[in-house]
Design a binder for this molecule. Structure first.
Ligand code: AMX
Length: 437
């Protein structure tokens, strides 16, 4: 069975050749116009990044190397005794563009488990942070501190050839993905279950299986399966989203993958991005507190209008690119639909009822370009059902996941020799001058 490194060794030359051909034959081809609205509108829709692992279609949602979510669900390996996609099979797909065999997936699981132990200095750092510090702040600090042992940084200092960068970026990326569960679980235990021992990494378990064990929920098979699906689905969402883009930008300076991903995590920590799942739950629980469990559609409508009229966004709805319901949201709801205990949960019922009402209200409100739910409209509420009730922690789980895609990009950006990112900015005076010409 091939290791992930051996699989990539075979693919890198072909991808390099593809890029060379693109450069040689089509460098001057036009992909679109740059308008003033792009400069002042957060570059929405501007085609300006190379990102191979996934592509987001506004109507259809995400595809990972061409595979839709249902296709991934039927083709990617599950854990022994499970049904849901595991992080390792998604990571293999993202990195190589190929669906791994079961043996390849298991081997990657083992490799990650072997790399999973934290260095003592990172454990000590995390243990000394105030437990009141936001879990995302802690996660970024733990990840940044791993760069103490960066293979990429050490190799760069030694002076390696540019063509070899990617192998060290891969080494660091696998280390980081492997160690994220231990960092994330340690943060959880320190803050919410102080004084209780953390489970050891089990070399026969997948990444998320180990993560759930360390969190202290290892006996909950249903939650483990949910988190496997959640973490696989949040792995990548093409390149322009704030966290992925941040990792790519920092990585383009040849800062090591640990630093690049630490930066990405702080982008993820914003309420318009990864923090939205925590916000959704807060919002849904407020709705429940105000209106009780026997909600009608009219009650929810009223609550939606109250939110909108107070100038707030409806969390979990809208998207920078998507223009239909997020297929990740649909996949999570389908997960609930097959489990009666989830369907009976009043908060999950509220999520489903809100979905029946919110798009029409948002359309009538008339501001958002996308009145449909994104993945965050459901994700945190399911965690709440399972007893993972500390919603400040939810974005950390997203952070464990997003590493799959962001680090895949860093490996490939180094393999393809992509340059430092440096878009051109313009002042308002300069724009005026240009448009008046
Ligand atoms: N509720 C109310 N108003 C909304 C809205 C929502 N859910 N979504 C967008 N709008 C408003 C915007 O605030 C903007 O108002 P403005 O003109 O006064 O500034 C207007 O509609 C146009 O925005 P847009 O072009 O449709 O969206 P965008 O690309 O600028 O922003 C997003 C996208 C996700 C930040 C936005 O839809 C939003 O704030 N949603 C709620 C937060 C959320 O769920 N975030 C999670 C996104 C997924 C993720 O990253 N995890």
């Amino acid at each position: 069975t091939k290791t992930i490194k051996e699989a990539l060794d075979e693919i890198v030359p072909a991808k390099r050749a593809q890029l060379q051909a693109l450069k040689a034959e089509h460098s001057q081809a036009v992909l679109g116009d740059v308008k003033v609205e792009h400069l002042i509108g957060g570059m929405r829709g501007l085609k300006s990044m190379l990102w191979d692992a996934s592509v987001l279609d506004p109507n259809e949602g995400i595809r990972f190397h061409g595979l839709s979510i249902p296709e991934c669900q039927s083709q990617l390996t599950a854990a022994p005794g499970g049904k849901e996609i595991i992080a390792e099979s998604m990571l293999w797909l993202l990195l190589t563009g190929k669906v791994p065999t079961e043996a390849e997936t298991r081997q990657l699981s083992q490799e990650l488990a072997e790399r999973g132990q934290l260095p003592k200095h990172v454990e000590k750092l995390l243990d000394e942070l105030p437990t009141t510090l936001h879990p995302m702040t802690q996660l970024g600090m733990g990840v940044a501190a791993l760069n103490h042992d960066s293979a990429f940084q050490a190799a760069y200092e030694r002076g390696i050839k540019k063509t070899e960068y990617w192998t060290y970026a891969l080494e660091d990326s696998l280390d980081l993905i492997a160690k994220l569960p231990a960092i994330a679980a340690r943060i959880y235990r320190n803050a919410y279950r102080p004084g209780t021992p953390l489970a050891d990494i089990n070399k026969d378990l997948d990444l998320v299986g180990n993560y759930v064990n360390m969190l202290g929920f290892g006996d909950n098979h249903s939650l483990t399966e949910y988190l496997r699906l959640y973490i696989a689905l949040h792995g990548d969402h093409e390149g322009g989203n704030a966290s992925a883009h941040t990792a790519h930008l920092i990585g383009s300076t040849l800062a090591d993958p640990f630093l690049a991903y630490a930066g990405a995590l702080y982008a993820l920590a914003g309420p318009l991005h990864g923090l939205a799942n925590q916000e959704v739950l807060r919002w849904q629980l407020n709705m429940r507190k105000e209106l009780g469990d026997n909600l009608t559609h009219d009650h929810i409508k009223e609550f939606l209008w109250k939110t909108l009229k107070s100038g707030q966004v409806v969390p979990g709805y809208g998207h920078g690119v998507l223009r239909k319901s997020d297929p990740r949201f649909t996949a999570l709801l389908q997960f609930c639909d097959t489990r009666p205990e989830l369907l009976a949960d009043p908060v999950i019922q509220m999520v489903k009822k809100t979905y029946e009402v919110a798009p029409a209200v948002l359309k009538e409100h008339g501001k958002t370009k996308n009145p449909y739910p994104n993945v965050d409209a459901a994700s945190g509420c399911v965690l709440y059902h399972y007893g993972l009730k500390e919603f400040k922690y939810y974005t950390v789980i997203f952070g464990v996941s997003r590493a799959l895609g962001a680090l895949t990009q860093i490996v490939w950006a180094r393999a393809l020799g992509l340059p430092i990112e440096r878009p051109k900015s313009l002042s308002m005076d300069a724009i005026e001058k240009l448009v008046k010409q």
